[in-house]
Write a protein that binds this ligand. Sequence first.
Ligand code: IVH
Length: 661
Amino acid sequence: MKKNEIKNRMVKLRDQIALLRHKYHTENDPNVTDDVYESLTRELIKLEKENPEFIDSNSAINRVAGEPLPFFTKVKHNSRMLSLNDAFSDEEVYDWQKRITKLLHSDKKINYFCELKFDGLAVTLRYEDGAFIQGATRGDGFIGEDVTENLKMVDNVPLVLNKEIKGSLIVRGEVVMSKLVFEKLNNKNKKLGKTIFANTRNAAAGSLRQLDPRIARDRHLDFFAYDMSEFPKDIVIHTHSDKHVLLQELGFNVDKHEKKAQNLEEVKEFIKEISKMRDNFTYGTDGVVVHVDSLEMEEILGVVGKAPRYAIAYKYPAERATTLVTDITLNIGRTGVLTPLAHFVPTNVAGSTVSKATLHNMDQIERLDIRIGDTVVIQKAGDVIPEVVEVLVNMRESKEKKFKMPNECPVCGANVQQKDIFYYCMNKNCTGRDRRGMQHFVQALEIYEIGPKILDRLKEEGLISDAPDLFTLEESDLAGLERFGAKSATNIITSIQSHKKVEFWRFLYALGILHMGEQTARDVANHFQLFEKLQKASLGDIESIENIGPVVSESIYNFLHDKQNIILIEKFFKNGVTIEKTKILKDGKFDNKIFVLTGTLEKMSREIAKKKIIENGGKVGSAVSTKTDYLLAGENAGSKYKDAQKLEVKIITEDEFLKML
Ligand code: IVH
């Protein structure tokens, strides 16, 4: 970017950040999520570092957030309400450990205490002689808002403590709204045309910062205690974990997911364990807070600025981030469909670097109005492929370019035709289509030894021109190729040969017929049993199969009656491919049960899990619907999890699945 472009971008970023902050702090109604806010802020901080001449001292990122609203009484906190420094990876937690070890100047072992980082809003509660006197929000850390009356409406804020305690006790904790209450509230508000809250935290904040305590009562908020900032001198405790024990004894709600850790390995374990469970928690959590357990060490480490050195917040990877669209190109599929692909400035989302995302079709581009040069919000959750969810139109600089679908195929130059929302290259021999078709073929046959690069190489060398040619290859053909080891040549040939006998459904699927997914291929193969029968079938015969509609039937029928395809299929047989009956297992455990998979499985790959389901008579669907019987959810489950909850589909863990098997 040129200097003046950088300057303009920094101005835009500042304006957008200021707008989001205003919406967030004053209106409790952000139109973008935290991840987006943080992503923009990160970019601005980076640009400020690289271009200090453009720093604006009034920049929103240098100001303290959360001025109290004028209509609540202000409360001065007895001690500053702190924030936590964040760690986004295990390395950053290790770096923190190194820093504090150095500062402590002692050989004493550091013990840690891990607890959940709740996604709500921080409050402070003051008790005098065991009675609840006053409660306040964080505000700017020094002065907050008096929300005592509203806090009295939160059931698990004790009004009188379980034990008699003389003097002042100040408890810090988080007010949260459960996911269920949040969903109900939003559904109700939607019907009434009222505010829809972006997340549980905003809903909790919006509910607590209401002048009418009856509204707060109806919002069913909850309180989790996590710290005491002041307690009577006669209470003798030495660790942060002691505080949690005491808080519980006094009648506070302390979450059970907490752990004393002897070292960072155990901290890491806790973080990992929680990452698997957090989607199932009734409350939103965005990380784990790691404390130095000893209060003596806490004292020595102290506070720098607004964050303590004795604790750190491990944040789970953001699922959303912002980035720039640098280009939109077209990918050509095996059926000739042209799929637009957005290219980004590489950015980290949900723990991995994302530089591309499919835009699916022109409809999507037009609906979101995505242009080359736009700043966009991208999302990636668990195993879900990255997608563009929103364009930040305020960030435009009027040089963004609209994408236009070309009239000619970018690979072969043939005519492009539109069918519904899709565009197709009409040339059956298009090399782009062909390349994808071959890749699909080897994947479908599970010839894992041959990747796209090897396929390209074999074609360039003139060793193959289509998929049937693969079966004529010999070791000597490959061994002679430059930079091609004898061992890999042997592996490839052995693998190809071992895939010559292929199950009927798999062969059908591998042909790459438009609209023919794995499940359709199985349904068709089960119905006809023999490939010759399918070849002779009428359109009506195919249509009569359960679950197969007219569009799919027509596509299958046309494919099998196309002259070129007939020649291709014959060539497979001539080169030694034989079709075997689809193996059907008797009395399958999962007969007719439909499974959908989400998240990462630990004990087996997804491919194996799918195989097991199918071998046992079940089916694998791609999206959760009312027909789904089970959602098999691994680590970092994606949006399918929520869909399953909504539709009350049974959700099973990997272990439960193994038991079923
Ligand atoms: S400790 C001494 N513990 O995270 C540090 N904070 O950026 C004070 N939070 O404003 C916070 N769960 O609202 C602590 N178990 C937990 C927490 C927690 C959520 C929030 C809190 C604070 C922010 C820190």
